[in-house]
Unconditional design. Structure first.
Ligand SMILES: [Fe+2]
Length: 145
């Protein structure tokens, strides 16, 4: 059901937002500034997605989850209580962002329930997600000799 998928997406998006923001704060590397800015772009985008998802849940006449406990329960990406090395942060965000691709499922459910506005939003999120996945993957590439 679409509302349940949106709740899972909201929890996941919230967990991903918090993780990427904490990576922005805590990353340590000689390329600090570059990573710091990159993580900022990711967390800002993730944060911007949170509000519309919650409001779509309300438009389906369901309540939006509103506690950290509930967000964590719903999220399909784990939290991170440690401070990984910079490259591991990138790998973790990449793996997480690939998990968030139940965006496809949300798109299909929205289309089936004739909610074109929600389907459009999912299509935009997918495109944004793919763009960040490409940038994260490229950050992991070794220098060519
Ligand atoms: Fe900041």
């Amino acid at each position: 059901m679409l509302a349940d998928l949106l709740k899972t997406l909201l929890g996941t998006q919230f967990a991903y937002y918090l993780k990427s923001h904490s990576f922005h704060w805590n990353v340590e590397t000689p390329d600090f500034y570059q990573y710091h800015k990159f993580f900022q772009k990711i967390y800002e985008d993730a944060y911007e997605a949170v509000d519309p998802i919650a409001e779509y849940i309300r438009s389906l006449d369901e309540y939006a989850p509103g506690s950290l406990e509930r967000m964590l329960e719903l999220s399909v990406v784990p939290g991170q209580t440690k401070v990984p090395r910079a490259q591991l942060m990138i790998e973790e965000l990449l793996a997480d962002s690939e998990t968030i691709v139940d965006l496809n499922q949300c798109f299909t459910a929205a289309t089936n329930e004739n909610k074109q506005d929600i389907a459009n939003f999912m299509a935009e999120r997918l495109s944004q997600q793919n763009k960040f996945a490409w940038q994260l993957r490229s950050t992991l590439k070794e220098n060519r000799a």
